[in-house]
Ligand binder design. Sequence first.
Ligand SMILES: CC(C)(COP(=O)(O)OP(=O)(O)OC[C@H]1O[C@@H](n2cnc3c(N)ncnc32)[C@H](O)[C@@H]1OP(=O)(O)O)[C@@H](O)C(=O)NCCC(=O)NCCS
Length: 125
Amino acid sequence: MDVKYIKNGKLNSKEILEVFKSVGWNKEEDNIIEAFKNSYYITAYVNDKLVGFSRAISDNHYYTGVYDVIVMPEYQKNGIGKNMMNIILDEFKGTYFFLTYTEGKREFYEKCGFKDNDNSMWIPR
Ligand SMILES: CC(C)(COP(=O)(O)OP(=O)(O)OC[C@H]1O[C@@H](n2cnc3c(N)ncnc32)[C@H](O)[C@@H]1OP(=O)(O)O)[C@@H](O)C(=O)NCCC(=O)NCCS
């Protein structure tokens, strides 16, 4: 599959929301576009169609958080998720990477190099 990966490219809110919807996640248009703009993000295209994305927030020196790693169901298991993650890992290499994962996704992140960390906490909103 010929996949094009773009860093911090042009954002089309309708396309972004469609990708979220394809995996059952609903986001508010204004908030999610602002969130992307405040992040470093990768978008993945097949034949000019947005099929996935991933975003990260980093201080560029110590810590990087990874969020919203999504590939449309019909494009999954083609290495797109891992490729997007590798671009982020390379961009911010040398920092600690953190994320939270949804049920059933632990193995995917393990394959991207993540390990369990018993010492992390969060405040859910
Ligand atoms: C998780 C997700 C991004 C993975 O994307 P993907 O493009 O299908 O993943 P890849 O094809 O790059 O997979 C990389 C490796 O992880 C494995 N993998 C992918 N999804 C997996 C899963 N759910 N369970 C176990 N292994 C998985 C692949 O088999 C592959 O293994 P390999 O390197 O040994 O061949 C995708 O399933 C998705 O968008 N899910 C819905 C949204 C979501 O829950 N995102 C994560 C939020 S925490």
